[in-house]
Design a binder for this molecule. Structure first.
Ligand code: NOJ
Length: 740
């Protein structure tokens, strides 16, 4: 914490302001209210010193800011916040899709563009990035995060913070890393549900992306809705004080989630809003987002001696510090009447992100289309169909309040352009269709149209409303009668390319088996149509990789790549349910770890993705067989492009700690790269491995599990395996030892 006597000029200005503020003004500063309309009541609250507003945009935000600066007693500017999650006006792929790019640079670029667009509407604070590590695709908010892996989420979260905020000389917009912490572990994938996470798992799996975002400079952090180990995150002293403030020395703003003080009464941890307010103050939560607990009860709690004014001062300091860091006091107005949105630069970055985010899961050779049906004399007859083929609202995905559907290019529009250019003959499915539709007539029409086509491009998936906050699903199918549509089309004998535009991994094994190629594209934003047409026609080779394990069926969930080894090893070819003879002897199927219906593998592993060429990975070569203390090792591998076109390989560095004082995951991602390799050529990729990469959270020596103990983050001596592999399930490892 920065002391009041600090010489730092910003701290001096904060002290100066604070000394002039009344208790009421301090509490108002700690209050965030919701906008959306011009109202006398809100204007009055602002005159009285309210510190922040969410969802007040454009001319309205400007109007309120002028009241704060010109009509409140101390003229402290407000900070206007909004969920600018994957773009403001120009929409980028949902964060899960961005994670599939394995390209932090494009995440940073997307965040920079989002911030530059949002600032013109008066906004200086975004509630993003969400870095909750999510291992359960039933949870609708997987759409909003960077998937199942701690390292990938850390890299992407930090990149987003850099993009939103800029650097010390330009601070564009404050990032708010969320939801602190453990939210994605909601039991059963049901949103807002409770979580129980042992300290070591919390530190190893869930907290590092928050730390990475804070190290990247995130000016704020948001509490989660869930209770963690019995204590709602908003009032969780262990998280918010011990870890965030004391251990990490975070001096930015800790804001509640929407109305979460009221939710604490539902959670049964406090009898009323006043008690919830007191508990949040005990946990040093700086700002109350729309719960109304702080404005209603804080003064009374101070007067009763239940909350000290010193804690209030600390909270206000954090809030003012963020405002100073953003330069709001010098430049409170950023709204412009003539904003520049959808610039060519923004559209091209959004298109690149959408291209990089699509993952080719299957291809029996039909893709790219250009080489299949075009000759100098013929062009392919292409049927473009499916509920996502021409659905701008849906392809933009969850969380984009400020998008413009009229600026969104759907696959249908992109293929119409190709038809105009004479590259294909387009057959269109007419009418509006949605993912949950059941319509027998539509199925018959599709089968009839398919007969006329050389190839069918079916764009299916989920409407945007089916993923995101409060959108848990128990059945992860293609909703409505999409599977039946695909069956009917396939029955015509025509080849089918299925493109899935969804907010989460779906369990669609049978649909995938039925079609000839599958591109998993998530919800890809403004330019997704162009991006998909480029990928399908082969103008661009796919380079996305899965940021989550794709299970065979819902019953395997949670299934993530970096699990711990089960006590009984997994059979190479486990006996499945229909292979077991009647009245089989109890142990005749063996005693190994698998699901009778599926075996022990997912449908596709984390990190998986094909392209239009093939890559051959050579053996992992280590610069040494042992790693000593502060030295590092170089792991390298040759990758050869053995196919017919240039493409991007995404080598992934995985490490396994073979034996630990606590059991260790099967493998853990520690690095990745995107490497463009021309046809027939070879590239050598190298990764540096240091002792820090081998460290993990465990108990300090001599402390036993379950006892009051000190946790330590360190590496233990012993053997390690290293893979440089195309995904989490492939490759051969090399071995080294960490020695004294
Ligand atoms: C609730 C969500 O959990 C959070 O992520 C979001 O930023 C706030 N609402 C504000 O809209």
């Amino acid at each position: 914490m920065v002391s009041c006597q600090s010489k730092d000029p910003v701290e001096r200005q904060i002290d100066d302001l604070l000394s002039q503020m009344t208790l009421e003004e301090k509490i108002a500063q700690m209050t965030q209210v919701c906008g959306g309309q011009i109202s006398d009541d809100i204007a009055e609250q602002i005159r009285n010193g309210v510190g922040s507003m969410l969802n007040s945009v454009g001319a309205e935000a400007d109007y309120y800011q002028r009241i704060a600066v010109e009509e409140s007693r101390l003229g402290i500017p407000m900070i206007f916040a909004r969920d600018v999650i994957h773009g403001f006006r120009t929409i980028f792929p949902i964060p899960l899709g961005q994670a599939a790019t394995f390209d932090p640079a494009i995440v940073e670029e997307g965040a920079r563009i989002a911030a530059e667009e949002a600032i013109q509407a008066g906004l200086r604070w975004t509630f993003s990035p969400m870095v909750d590590v999510a291992r359960d695709p039933r949870w609708g908010r997987v759409a909003e995060g960077y998937g199942e892996d701690t390292y990938l989420a850390s890299c992407m979260g930090a990149a987003a913070v850099r993009g939103y905020q800029g650097n010390d000389s330009i601070v564009r917009m404050a990032a708010c890393v969320k939801h602190f912490a453990g939210y994605a572990a909601s039991e059963g994938g049901r949103d807002y549900n409770s979580t129980w996470i042992p300290e070591i798992q919390l530190r190893e799996t869930y907290l590092p992306p928050f730390k990475a975002a804070i190290d990247a400079g995130s000016l704020s952090i948001m509490c989660a809705f869930n209770d963690l180990n019995g204590v709602p995150a908003s009032a969780n002293k262990h998280l918010n004080v011990d870890i965030l403030r004391d251990e990490w020395q975070f001096d930015g703003v800790l804001v509640s989630d929407w109305a979460s003080l009221q939710n604490m009464n539902n959670q049964g941890n406090s009898v009323n809003l006043k008690e919830a307010t007191k508990l949040c103050m005990d946990a040093q939560m700086d700002m109350d987002m729309e719960s109304k607990g702080y404005p209603r009860h804080l003064k009374e709690l101070v007067e009763e001696g239940k909350v000290s004014e010193k804690v209030i001062d600390d909270c206000v300091r954090n809030i003012l510090r963020m405002k100073f860091r953003l330069g709001l006091f010098d430049n409170p107005y950023c709204y412009t009447e003539n904003p520049e949105y959808f610039t060519p630069e923004a559209l091209s970055a959004a298109q690149k992100a959408a291209e990089e985010s699509a993952v080719l899961l299957k291809n029996n050779g039909i893709l790219p289309l250009n080489t299949k049906y075009s000759t100098p004399h013929t062009k392919p007859m292409v049927l473009v169909c499916g509920p996502m083929a021409n659905a701008p609202h849906e392809q933009n995905g969850t969380w984009c309040f400020d998008k413009d559907d009229a600026m969104t290019i759907t696959p249908m529009m992109a293929f119409r352009d190709l038809a105009k250019e004479g590259k294909i003959i387009l057959i269109e499915q007419k009418g509006e269709h949605w993912s949950r539709e059941f319509n027998k007539e539509n199925i018959a029409t599709l089968a009839r149209l398919a007969k006329q086509a050389d190839v069918v491009l079916y764009f299916g998936g989920e409407e945007s409303i089916l993923s995101g906050e409060a959108r848990s699903r128990a059945v992860l199918n293609l909703p409505g009668d999409q599977s039946e549509q695909i069956r009917a089309i396939k029955a015509t004998g025509k080849p089918v390319v299925l493109t899935v535009m969804a907010g989460r991994p779906l369990c669609i094994r049978e649909d995938i088996d039925r079609v000839d190629a599958v591109l998993y594209a998530f919800h890809g934003g403004t330019m997704q149509g162009v991006a998909l047409a480029n990928l399908i026609m082969g103008k661009v080779a796919p380079s996305g990789r899965l940021p989550m394990t794709f299970p065979m069926g819902e019953g395997q969930i949670p299934f993530y790549y970096n699990y711990k080894m089960p006590s009984r090893m997994m059979a190479k070819s486990p006996k499945l349910i229909n292979d077991i003879p009647v009245r089989a002897y109890q142990f005749s199927v063996g005693e190994t770890s698998y699901w009778l219906e599926y075996g022990n593998k997912p449908l596709y592993p984390f990190g998986y993705g094909l392209t239009y060429t093939t890559f051959e990975y050579g053996p992992v070569v280590l610069s040494d067989t042992s790693l000593v203390g502060s030295n590092s090792l170089i792991a390298s591998c040759e990758i050869r492009n053995t196919g017919n076109c240039a493409a991007v390989a995404v080598p992934q560095l995985y490490i396994r700690d073979v034996v630990g004082s606590l059991t260790r995951p099967l493998r853990e991602l520690k690095g990745f790269q995107r490497v463009e390799i021309p046809e027939g050529e070879t590239r050598t990729v190298t990764f540096e491995i240091s002792e820090q990469d081998l460290a993990y959270w465990h108990l300090a020596e001599g402390v036993s599990l379950g006892s009051e103990g000190e946790y330590t983050f360190s590496a233990e001596k012993g053997d390690f395996y290293v893979w440089i592999a195309p995904n989490a399930a492939e490759g051969e490892y090399a071995e080294f030892a960490l020695v004294e």
